[in-house]
Design a protein around this ligand. Structure first.
Ligand SMILES: Nc1ncnc2c1ncn2[C@@H]1O[C@H](COP(=O)(O)OP(=O)(O)O)[C@@H](O)[C@H]1O
Ligand SMILES: [Mg+2]
Length: 253
């Protein structure tokens, strides 16, 4: 367990008073959130709370109605998604979206475009070391991988772009517990190497076990922000997740 009660001083990502709307319907209402250097942060909340929307706003994939985003001292509020990637924020989208008709290796090469316009084969070796399950299957077409392997490939495709902050949006969705553990363990390893991790996750217990700090979201707002230990012990977590009959964790399904 990595939980610690005091956070590092060095703020890497800072989201302030963020509002996001789809058409006229505002779904994020003045949210503030930060990630410190080297931190593993998890965002919890029921379906529809606005977690993905916040991640998309950070990555520049949906427009912000108002509010600011800064990263490593740089104001990214009005930056394009391309500029945001180049500044070091890479998001692995919900639903392991890899290129089905390309090989594992070609999918990884696409990940290197984040840093080099023509791709960079020299990054492959380190990634295969980190993900031996991909090394074994480098020439296989992605469509022939299992759902779990595809999700690991999606994560690897993000990691190979050498982000300073890796955003993982529900990497465990629909996967077997062993694969989930593998993904969270890799995220913890990456974090130990200095990457900051921002994870959106439905498997509350598992996520809190790996993360340092947690934000609990309720209908477009932060309902609580505290160390994983404190959030795990708090009543609010139970209220947010059990209030509407949503499972607290995999063990209670
Ligand atoms: N593209 C979209 N257009 C309109 N409404 C959307 C869109 N995406 C999400 N929403 C709505 O915004 C709210 C937050 O969704 P989302 O950010 O996906 O939540 P979460 O990731 O926490 O499940 C929900 O009410 C959802 O229906
Ligand atoms: Mg979502």
């Amino acid at each position: 367990m990595n939980n610690h009660s005091s956070r590092p001083d060095d703020v890497l990502l800072s989201v302030r008073d963020l509002h996001v709307a789809y058409g006229k319907a505002e779904v994020v209402h003045g949210l503030s959130m930060d990630v410190r250097a080297g931190e593993f942060v998890v965002v919890l909340g029921r379906n529809g709370a606005g977690k993905s929307t916040v991640m998309h706003a950070i990555s520049g994939l949906v427009p912000k109605r108002s509010g600011t985003v800064s990263f490593a001292g740089q104001d990214l509020t009005h930056a394009t998604s391309r500029q945001i990637v180049q500044s070091g924020i890479i998001q692995v989208l919900e639903g392991h979206r890899v290129f089905q008709t390309l090989s594992v290796e070609d999918n990884l090469m696409i990940g290197t475009y984040a840093k080099s316009p023509h791709g960079d084969r020299s990054k492959l070796a380190a990634i295969y070391e980190l993900f031996p399950e991909l090394a074994e299957r480098k020439q296989q077409m992605a469509s022939r991988l299992s759902g779990g392997q595809q999700q690991i490939l999606a994560v690897a495709q993000g990691v190979i772009g050498e982000p300073k902050l890796l955003i993982l949006d529900e990497p465990s969705a629909g996967l077997a517990p062993m694969v989930v553990d593998r993904i969270l363990t890799v995220a913890t390893e990456l974090c130990a190497k200095g990457l900051a991790i921002l994870l959106v996750e439905q498997l509350v217990e598992k996520a809190l076990k790996h993360a340092h700090f947690a934000f609990l979201m309720e209908t477009g707002r932060v309902a609580a922000a505290a160390s994983s230990t404190e959030i795990g012990q708090g009543d609010l977590l139970h209220r947010v997740f059990l209030g509407g009959g949503e499972p607290l964790s995999e063990s209670e399904k």
